[in-house]
Every structure is written in structure tokens, then in C-alpha cells.
Ligand binder design. Structure first.
Ligand SMILES: [Zn+2]
Length: 221
């Protein structure tokens, strides 16, 4: 239905943004573009932008906006991106958001079509993330409430002991949320008054959130 789709997802860690971005990408047959994945792929490809990113990462510094934008520009030039892309984890800063607008304009495309901001209460995010347990042996992911293993603390697949990642401890999650908010608030202000900006209730399971997004985008749910 939507002819062209440049869609941005905003949302705190744990709000389900990555999962929903994948669902929409599959439904709309658009590439799912995650900056983290792309950064790794770009470094692997040995392109100019990739070489710059590699040098910066090896120096221990954060990859800057110009490098990220260079990688996005390369990705948008691929044939499969001509009908739009689903951005996941990008833009992360105001400079990146402004850069994306210039980039889309320069290749003769419309501006960003949709900005979907998945909103979930902090306490819900803390409970989602702090309940997560991972198997360090096989990578399986469980949740103490939503997807518990058959035997407490033991991986169903391989029998190894499950652990909580440091990143998922409640106090660390709260810190990550504070960082996320200070980073994202300028982005929300940047997009809020545009056509195509929508806040999506992130509560409930994946299917419920997907249905809300489908209704917002006017695609079949
Ligand atoms: Zn396992």
C-alpha cells in the first residue's frame, strides 16, 4: 500500500524497537538497516567509509556522525533500497537526523515517511530487561516471567547455567535509560511536529505492538 517507505524507529533499549523494525521490514519487503550490522559489514567490505570506521573503532573512539552518514549514504545507493528502508538504531543524534534529510533530498527522494516512536514506561522496561537470562554456551535467551526455562536457571537446549548480562541489571538499565533519554529527546523534538510522526504504545506482546504499528502505517495487520 505504501509506495515508498523510509521509516525510522525510536524507542528505548528494551522497548522492542529492533523486533518491530524487523517485522515491518518483512511485511513491507524493505531492507532492515541496522547501523550496528552495517558498521560491521562496511568494515568487512573494505570500502572508504568502512576503512575510516575501522580506524576509529581501533583507536577506541566512538564512530562519529560523518562516518555513520557515509555508511548510510552507501547503503541507500544499493538497488534494494530504492523503495525505502527501515532504519533501526539510526539516526541517533540530531546531526545524523539532519544529515539523513539532506541525503534523502540529494538523491531525489521524499523525506522520512514515518517516525515510529515506541513508548514504554521505564518500570516496564526495567522489568523486561532485568528478567532476561542468557545462555553463554549456546546463546539462547529466556525471561524469568515471559519465557522461563523448564528448570530454573538451566538452559533447555544445552543444560548450561543461565546468567544475567551486566547490561540487564536494574541499576544499569536505569542508567542506560537516562542516557537514551538525553540522546533521544532532541530527536523527538526534531520529528514530533512532522507528518508521519507517531507514538506507538509499546506495552503488551510483540503481536499486539505489531498490530498497532500496522494500523498506523495503513498496512495489513
Ligand atoms: Zn544453552
Amino acid at each position: 500500500m505504501t509506495a515508498c517507505g523510509h521509516i525510522i524507529f525510536l524507542g528505548a533499549p528494551g522497548a522492542g524497537k529492533g523486533t518491530q523494525a524487523q517485522v515491518v521490514a518483512q511485511r513491507m519487503l524493505l531492507p532492515h538497516v541496522s547501523t550496528g550490522d552495517m558498521l560491521r559489514a562496511s568494515v568487512g567490505s573494505g570500502s572508504e567509509a568502512g576503512k575510516r570506521a575501522k580506524a576509529i573503532m581501533e583507536s577506541g573512539a566512538l564512530v562519529g556522525d560523518d562516518v555513520i552518514l557515509g555508511i548510510i549514504a552507501e547503503r541507500l545507493a544499493h538497488d534494494d533500497a530504492s523503495g525505502g528502508v527501515i532504519f533501526d538504531g539510526f539516526p541517533r543524534t540530531l546531526v545524523q537526523a539532519e544529515g539523513l534529510d539532506r541525503l534523502l533530498e540529494s538523491v531525489g527522494r521524499l523525506r522520512v515517511d514515518h517516525v515510529l516512536h515506541i513508548v514504554l514506561a521505564d518500570e516496564e522496561i526495567v522489568s523486561r530487561l532485568s528478567g532476561r537470562r542468557v545462555c553463554e554456551n549456546c546463546g539462547a535467551i529466556y525471561h524469568v516471567a515471559f519465557h522461563p526455562p523448564m528448570r530454573e536457571g538451566i538452559c533447555d537446549r544445552c543444560g548450561s547455567v543461565l546468567r544475567q548480562r551486566d547490561d540487564d541489571r536494574p541499576e544499569v538499565v536505569r542508567r542506560r535509560l537516562a542516557v537514551y533519554k538525553s540522546e533521544t529527546e532532541p530527536l523527538v523534538s526534531y520529528y514530533r511536529n512532522r507528518a508521519g510522526y507517531a507514538e506507538i504504545d509499546g506495552s503488551g506482546d510483540t503481536a499486539m505492538v505489531s498490530a498497532r504499528i500496522a494500523a498506523t502505517l495503513g498496512i495489513e495487520g
